[in-house]
Design a protein around this ligand. Structure first.
Ligand code: CUA
Length: 295
């Protein structure tokens, strides 16, 4: 795809240069002839139309067509047998990420091993979104009820961002997923950490916060592995405290921001489906203490 892009850029530049030279020559000749009336060059206008309007476009487009067909046949159409399967589900306005082999479920973060193909199955729970990580070369729509498969392979470690690339509502720009490509060993370690539910909080505010979480209705939308919370319409919160942002890249994941988010999510990200929680200060402190243990 990158080769095809460079070819198209080179051909576009060549055509543009030819056009600019022709335009400059025409203007220069017109100016130098402006003294002699009726001296416009009408000798062979048809030749320019045939060469510039027919022959050159046919040649360039035929070449681009051939290069496109070559790129299409070279793009893997089937999932390589050693590919890591990952499911990405778009929501207004966040990403659900599932690793079916290990059962890990997370949100707004996608970890990938380097030098191994990754087969992403892309779908949507509501409207059309689009998965796009420019550095990894892939862009594909997340469609409701019709899974798309995108095979990617990261060649070097790094942190990238996937920005939703299809307008999907008022918070389309705040639909950002952190993508981390890392060596296989680190990736396996990340998966292993996420297959272990967080330890039950020690007695105190955090344990009290767990009761607040259960009592305030949070569990009807959010899941926390190892607890009764098993809602699926909102992001899985099992390892919430290890994430860098809240609201799919909207604000940094700090205690103060989390407090604002839970109190009035719409003030932070207008239009989100999450309702504000009506909690007194003591309940909120306890809830935040509990959420901070979710690592
Ligand atoms: Cu999701 Cu734009």
């Amino acid at each position: 795809m990158a080769d095809l892009w460079w070819w198209m850029l080179a051909l576009g530049v060549a055509v543009f240069v030819v056009f600019c030279v022709a335009l400059a020559l025409a203007l220069w000749r017109r100016r130098s002839q402006s003294g002699s009336e009726g001296g416009a060059d009408n000798r062979r206008p048809g030749r320019w139309i045939v060469w510039g309007g027919v022959v050159m476009p046919v040649l360039v487009l035929t070449l681009v067509f051939g290069l496109t067909v070559r790129a299409m046949t070279a793009t893997p159409g089937e999932v390589p047998p050693d590919a890591l399967a990952v499911e990405v589900v778009g929501h207004q306005w966040w990403y659900e990420v599932r690793y079916p082999e290990s059962g890990v479920v997370t949100a707004n973060e996608l970890h990938l091993p380097v030098d191994r193909p990754v087969a992403l199955t892309l779908t949507s729970a509501d409207v059309i979104h689009s998965f796009w990580v420019p550095e990894l070369g892939g862009k594909m729509d997340l469609l409701p009820e019709r899974p798309n498969t995108l095979v990617l392979e990261a060649e070097q470690s790094g942190e990238y961002l996937s920005r939703c690339a299809e307008f999907c509502g008022i918070q389309h720009t705040k639909m950002v997923m952190q993508v981390v490509a890392e060596p296989a060993g680190e990736f396996e370690g990340w998966i292993a950490d996420r297959t272990r539910p967080p330890a039950a909080p020690p007695a105190g505010p955090a344990a009290q916060g767990r009761e607040v979480f259960a009592g305030a209705g949070c569990a009807s939308c959010h899941a926390i592995q190892g607890t009764d919370a098993a809602g699926t319409s909102g992001p899985d919160l099992t390892h919430l405290a290890s994430r860098s942002t809240l609201g799919a890249g909207t604000v940094p994941n700090t205690g103060d921001r989390l407090r604002e988010w839970i109190t009035d999510p719409h003030a932070v990200k207008e239009g989100v489906k999450m309702p504000g929680a009506e909690l007194d200060d003591e309940q909120m402190d306890a809830l935040l203490a509990y959420l901070a243990t979710l690592r």
